[in-house]
Design a protein around this ligand. Structure first.
Ligand code: ZN
Length: 87
């Protein structure tokens, strides 16, 4: 099974590079509490909290009442499950 793992965090920085460097520092810190991931398979999306050993299924893609948002000029992405469609 292939999974897509997303890790997201906000940083204040003076440049995109500085923001990325701050993110890298947090990721490499073994004591970091930023252990919350969104994990997506072809069927479903899960919220995984490694710190609290908790896995919550967020949405089964087939059950999703898609909320389509424009991803780019040719693609729509569902805000809830991450499904993509061309238009
Ligand atoms: Zn959806």
């Amino acid at each position: 099974m292939e999974y897509r793992v997303k890790w997201q965090m906000s940083f204040f920085a003076d440049s995109p590079k500085e923001a990325a460097e701050k993110a890298l520092k947090v990721q490499r810190n073994p004591n970091s509490i930023a252990t919350y991931f969104t994990v997506e398979s072809h069927q479903a999306i899960y919220n995984v909290d490694l710190l609290h050993d908790e896995i919550v299924k967020k949405v089964e893609k087939s059950d999703c009442k898609h909320e389509w948002l424009e991803e780019d000029d040719m693609t729509l992405a569902c805000a809830k499950c991450g499904s993509l469609k061309l238009f």
